[in-house]
Each structure stands twice: as C-alpha cells, then as structure tokens.
Design a protein around this ligand. Structure first.
Ligand code: GLU
Length: 307
C-alpha cells in the first residue's frame, strides 16, 4: 500500500520549517567534477543553514543506468566526507508510490493518454500542442504516454542565485509527460513526488534544470504542496559548451587528490580559497567551507573546465 504524501497547503513551509535539501544523482555514470560541484554546493548550503542534507538515487530509467554507478557515487561522496543525514532513497523501490499518486491525478482528470510520436511533435514545432487532450483511451493506439493536463503552468520564479527566471508561456503551459510510452515514470513526476515526500524545502542543483523547474513548481501547486526555494549552480562545461557528463567523456575523479578536488570545486563555486586551507584536513576544510559559504560570490555563468 503506497503511503500518502505529506502536503501542507499553506505554502509557507520553506519559511518556517528547518532546512531540508538533497543531492539527487542519476546513476548514469560515476561522479565527475560537474556532479561533485552540485553535491558540494548542495551540501554546503544545507550545512550553512544548519539543515539536513539527503541523498536520493534517481534510478528511475534503467536503460540509462550504468551498473555499479549508484554504489560508486555513494562511496565517492563518503570518501569526500560528504555524508548524508537520512536513509538513502532509491527511486527504483518506489514504483507503487508513484503509481498511487499518478492514479489520483488520473482520477481527478489531470492526465490524459497521448500516442503522438516524437516526429509528429517535432513537425508541430517541438512543443506538444495538446493534440490528444480530447481523445478517449479507445481512440489511442498503444503504446501511449500519460500527459499532465496543464491548466495553470508556472512561467516565472525567483532563483536564489539567478534572480527572476521567466520561461516562454508556451513552454510553461505545455502538457508534459508523467509516464512514458515505455512504461517508465517521467523525471518531472517522480522528482516532485519525492521532494514532497522527503519534505525537501531547498533544492540546490545544476542550472541545466533551470527551465524545467517551472514544471516542477506547476506540479507542486497542483498537489497543493509547500513551495521549494531553488538555487541553480553554474555548470561545468566542455570547450564546446556541453554539460560535463559521462557521455562527453568527463574525466574520472582522481580520488587520491580529494582535497585538491574540493579546493577546485570551491574555487569553481566562487568561494574564497584561504591559503591555510592547504594545510587543513579534508574534514577541517569542509567545516570551514560551511562557515564561509557565500552564495553572493557564486558565478552565474557556466564555466569551461580546464583540463
Ligand atoms: N537526477 C538529476 C540528475 O542527475 C538531478 C535531479 C534534480 O536535482 O532535481 O541530473
């Protein structure tokens, strides 16, 4: 039996409850410098607010998963002293929970089936035009996806680092996918259900997720869930501007150089590197970095990673 979701309709939760943040890696590869930056930024922000820092493994997409990556990400985090404050949540264990809440959305008329192909959507300009919104299930060919009937899409929010963020109304109001044709739950659905269930009130992550934050806020609103404060960190990119990732041959972290890597990540995040940091242990360094954490000096732009 799926448990019910924790919601609080007065939307003031993030202001009155203790800070709860998280790092939510997808196990599509080992931790690289870009994900270390996201992990460190979210850890420091949580600790600087005397909050809790949780880790959630977003293993919801088996075709993209690399065997052994979850274990390796967790042991790498631990080796840096980035220790989490609660049990790890694995999305792969939570299908019943996701389906339970998806069923509620279906019962409330917030979802509909769609059998459009990617090619059809691209031919219509790339954003989905609610083509199937009036079709009954009998009119659809299998397989079909489930889309959110998006009535009041959020188109703007204030990011703690980047300030006012606006997305195009057409993007904000697109009926996005909640369950894919291949039967997998969509990231937008599960990230929101888990953030609510884990009572996350602060999200610090890479700015590749800046625009889709509006979709997550739309779903949070629909579920009458408390608001979340967002901070999107600069991305580490390759010289051709691509986000550092396993696919872009991100270099494996040299774990014999952990202190140096933390210093590089702190520098990347615009934090002051004091000369005495070089003499500190990793543990002392993290403690100092928490005390001196300053979001006002974090660069707003992606940065090319020098190799
Ligand atoms: N799992 C996502 C990723 O690894 C991050 C999700 C999030 O922080 O909301 O890119």
């Amino acid at each position: 039996m799926a448990k019910s979701i924790n919601t609080n309709s007065n939307n003031t939760y993030s202001k009155i409850k203790p800070y709860r943040g998280r790092f939510a890696p997808s196990p599509s590869g080992e931790l690289h410098f870009g994900s270390l930056v996201a992990a460190l930024g979210s850890y420091l922000d949580a600790h600087a607010h005397k909050g809790k820092w949780l880790v959630r493994i977003e293993d919801i997409d088996p075709p993209r998963e690399v065997i052994g990556a979850s274990k390796s990400i967790l042991s790498t985090l631990e080796s840096f002293g980035l220790c989490w404050d609660d049990e790890i949540v694995y999305q792969s264990n939570r299908h019943d929970f996701y389906q339970h809440h998806l069923n509620e959305l279906i019962e409330n008329g917030d979802c509909y089936g769609c059998d459009c192909t990617r090619k059809m959507i691209m031919a219509g300009g790339g954003l989905y035009q609610s083509t199937c919104s009036d079709k009954s299930i009998e009119q659809l060919s299998s397989p079909y996806s489930l889309r959110f009937k998006n009535i009041n899409g959020v188109s703007e929010f204030t990011d703690r680092l980047l300030g006012n963020i606006n997305v195009d109304d057409t993007f904000a109001n697109e009926d996005f996918i909640l369950k894919r044709k291949d039967g997998l739950y969509a990231y937008q659905l599960v990230v929101v259900l888990d953030d609510i269930d884990q009572q996350i009130n602060h999200v610090v992550r890479g700015s590749d997720l800046l625009e889709v934050t509006t979709r997550q806020m739309t779903l949070l609103n629909r579920l009458s869930a408390p608001t979340i404060d967002y901070l999107h960190l600069p991305l580490a990119v390759t010289s051709s501007g691509l986000k550092l990732s396993k696919q872009n041959h991100a270099k494996a972290l040299d774990l014999t150089q952990r202190k140096l890597l933390i210093l590089q990540a702190l520098d990347f995040l615009g934090q002051v590197i004091r000369s005495d940091y070089l003499d500190m242990s990793l543990e002392q360094l993290l403690k100092h970095a928490v005390v001196h954490w300053n979001i006002n000096t974090i660069p707003q732009q992606s940065q090319i990673l020098k190799s």
